[in-house]
Design a protein around this ligand. Sequence first.
Ligand code: HEC
Ligand code: HEC
Ligand SMILES: [Ca+2]
Ligand SMILES: [Ca+2]
Ligand SMILES: [Ca+2]
Length: 478
Amino acid sequence: MKFNSNKITIFTIAAVMVLFIGISFFACENFVPNNAATALVNQPNEALSGGATTVFDQSVNAFALPVPTLSSQDELLFFVGNSFFNQNWVQAPSSTTARDGLGPYFNAKSCSGCHFKDGRGQPPASIGQLSEGFLLRLSVPGTDKNGGPVGDKNYGLQFQDHAIDGLLAEGIFQLQWEEISGNYPDGTTYHLRKPIIIFDKLNYGEMSSDILISPRVAPQMIGLGLLEAIDEKTILALVDEQDKNQDGISGRANYVWNHITQQQQIGRFGWKANEPTILQQISGAFNGDIGIRTQYFKDQHILPTQKKAATFPNGGETEIDNDDLEKLHLYSATLAVPARRDITDKNVIAGKNIFMALNCNACHVDKMVTGTHPKFNVLSNQTIQPFTDLLLHDMGPGLADNRPDFLASGTEWRTPPLWGIGLFKTVNKHTFYLHDGRARNLEEAILWHDGEAANAKNGFMQLKESERKQLLQFLQSL
Ligand code: HEC
Ligand code: HEC
Ligand SMILES: [Ca+2]
Ligand SMILES: [Ca+2]
Ligand SMILES: [Ca+2]
């Protein structure tokens, strides 16, 4: 393996050390960059990505299982929550009042319509195809009174491409793809693609000329309660806003508005860490994605140009009651993380060494210990391998959506957890990665890294082809 210079290696070691002070010291022991052959042996519990909450299913249901340590009572609630996740909401009025109130504007009729099999969504393949877990966030420049984005006057904060019978959807969009090619230093060619969003139809007037659009796919639902159980101070210990250790990486936390508690709070969920809690994320999803009102979000967001929508019947002031919302909350927090596979394969082990040596784990942090989960105690005190720091990083202009979201700038994204990414193909029958699904495989996902991750990307490009393969094999084992 080639390295840019010894300096980078030293910085890397320093980075790893700084990152893990306050958490633990084991990462340094792992770190044997120049001798892949003798390097890292697997740690005890290497396969247990979710600690004692890990499950061992590698099938199409790998993301759909409850943590095995749930009490039998909570397991029952989990399965009721599961039915709320899967059920299609219908237009009011309906004889099935327990699930009416869809819309008036919406993106999908159920959570699982986007988070299919609790897995990863994908961008629409062709015009006219229903998007499976893909949506467009919208805003205009500026911030609202809580520091969040400001909606477009005719289309709000999200483009809803469906509406109930009798109303026009907000419109139709399609993606076109710009192809980009490049070469590795060894001469091998690679190809990338970048989406261009085209609105074929806008049914409620013009969009602002300074509209900001952020395309996003639905993330996999696993391990979310574990991420919520990480203490704030554990996350903040990873912040290096001034890049004091000079490794080029300066992660910072997003702070977002918690509508439920009415205060600023560290953001953890969403592609820009734009949501503070699972409860708010799922209530927001009901409201924005399906048009279902909860105790927390009662506004139907009917804009002045959409007044006709207000004349249609709705499912009541709240369209799902709080008891049922809490079951979905438990469900969303306790979907288990599947165990790693092939951990004794020598290529996988070599790939992990390369991952550490390239400092990928400065952002994709390989080990953390959860604190106390305020609600679901089985998630507390777990040693987990999430491969995220939950922080925002400037990823360069290529990935930028140029749409700020609370403190996240137009070029910043939250490091996504890498646990489970090798199973997308099994669970969701595709291998699209990154916030908008532009990467067609893991290799393309790495090649899009830039900005704070430029060193890591350049290090990857300078690897021998066989070493690149080993790194990808390691990622497949997650
Ligand atoms: C139209 C597709 C769609 C529907 C329907 C949908 N989601 Fe999502 N979901 C997304 C997208 C896209 C994101 C990423 C949002 C962002 O970055 O702002 C997301 C994010 C999430 C997250 C945060 C995951 C993470 O890793 O940060 C949770 C939890 C979630 N959704 C739960 C739900 C639940 C529960 C429902 C049903 C009430 C639901 N979603 C309905 C598309 C959808
Ligand atoms: C500076 C922080 C940083 C470093 C260093 C970094 N990444 Fe990432 N990584 C990110 C962020 C942020 C994203 C999400 C970007 C997006 O979706 O636009 C990401 C996305 C990914 C994804 C796609 C995940 C998904 O769920 O779609 C993979 C795979 C990945 N990184 C692997 C790596 C590897 C391998 C390395 C080392 C060669 C690396 N990363 C180094 C921050 C980093
Ligand atoms: Ca409704
Ligand atoms: Ca809208
Ligand atoms: Ca740094």
